[in-house]
Design a protein around this ligand. Structure first.
Ligand code: TYM
Length: 334
């Protein structure tokens, strides 16, 4: 069997993109693979500065996984920070990772390009955590000996970097220990790329354009109404593929409903307002049962913290074993 692993950063309320891009595909993969899913709380620290919020969002992301159907009896489910071996291995792998590889990582490059465009110092306001981020992520994957990493398209480069780093290590130290070389598993793309957000760009916590998963129904409907549409009149035929509302609907509605909606849009006579109401209904139907379970888990005294603590111990045991082999392979513990 193969091992699948993925993580989510607790930097905001979990949103529709996280569910479609990562959580649901990962839970589906847990059936036929060994699986490890975790909350990347130390990754959040590159931007998180409010301790209360970091704590809240860590629990919120964990509760979302469980509400979406993760079975902790089948999946090792934990917080990154409960596996401190991660940070020792991060140093070790930093020492065999080229600085040039990090210069090309997209999040750092985007931050740098934005500074240049704004006429600032290229590295202004960029912390070392952001720069080293892909190495920490590589370690998350490699220390658990994962083969498959279910992620949205935006994380594919990071998984390639992890594979590169594994290759460098294996090249130098392969006679002592070899990392498994991971590959990304990106969900089938029915409508194009990543799920769009409220401004039509990729739905993302960093763009603040996301639709949180667990809003009360009226708020959810209100947000859906904010998704931009063009000014095509109600009676005119519309292009479903250039509509963010349709793209989101396509991910959440049943296939027959999607096909039928596509045909009705192309024929004309359906207004964007109608389509938004339909989307709000579809989302509400899909999310309401999950929301209930989520709210129970977020209550103080729910079993959420125990579930994470237990998974943390199992994950840590596994990491300890791999780190031990690495230490011996590099000549630290002979
Ligand atoms: P994060 O927290 O930004 O996102 C979590 C997962 O959700 C996916 N995703 C999307 N998928 C489709 N459409 C969207 N609009 C959308 N927005 C987000 C992301 O692709 C991701 O799969 N660096 C990672 C966390 C991480 C990790 C790891 C992942 C840390 N270590 C090891 C895998 C393996 C991140 O920031 O994801």
């Amino acid at each position: 069997t193969k091992t699948s692993l993925t993580g989510i950063k607790p930097t905001g309320e979990p949103h529709l993109g996280n569910l479609i891009g990562a959580i649901e595909p990962a839970i589906a993969m847990a059936g036929e693979n060994e699986s490890l899913y975790f909350i990347a709380d130390y990754h959040a620290l590159t931007t998180a500065r409010d301790p209360e919020q970091l704590h809240h969002w860590t629990r919120a992301v964990a509760a979302t996984w469980l509400a979406a159907g993760l079975d902790p009896a089948r999946t090792i489910f934990y917080k990154q920070s409960d596996v401190p071996e991660t940070f020792e291995l991060t140093w070790i792998l930093s020492c065999i990772t080229g600085k040039g590889l990090m210069n090309r990582a997209h999040a750092y490059k985007a931050a740098r390009d934005a500074n240049v465009t704004a006429g600032e110092e290229p590295d202004a306001g960029i912390n070392m955590g952001t720069y080293n981020y892909p190495i920490l992520m590589a370690v998350d994957i490699l220390i658990m000996e994962a083969d498959l990493v279910p992620v949205g398209r935006d994380q594919a480069q990071h998984v390639e970097i992890a594979a590169d780093i594994a290759g460098s290590f294996n090249h130098v130290y392969g006679s002592g220990y070899r990392f498994r070389v991971p590959e990304a598993v990106i969900p089938a793309e029915t409508t194009g790329h990543t799920l769009p957000g409220l401004d039509g760009r990729k739905m993302s916590k960093s763009y603040d354009n996301y639709i949180p998963l667990f809003l009360p129904a009226p708020k959810l409907r209100k947000l859906v109404r904010r998704i931009p549409t063009d000014s095509t009149p109600v009676e005119a035929p519309k292009d479903p593929d250039s509509s963010a509302v349709f793209q989101i609907l396509a991910q959440f509605a049943a296939d027959e409903v999607v096909a039928d909606t596509r045909a009705r849009l192309e024929a004309g006579g359906v207004g964007w307002g109608d389509l938004k109401n339909q989307l709000a209904d579809v989302l509400e139907e899909r999310l309401a049962p999950m929301r209930e379970r989520y709210e129970e888990l977020m209550e103080p005294g729910s079993d959420l913290d125990d579930v994470l603590a237990h998974g943390g111990e199992i994950a840590r045991e596994r990491a300890r074993r791999v780190l031990g082999s690495v230490r011996s392979a590099i000549g630290i513990d002979r």
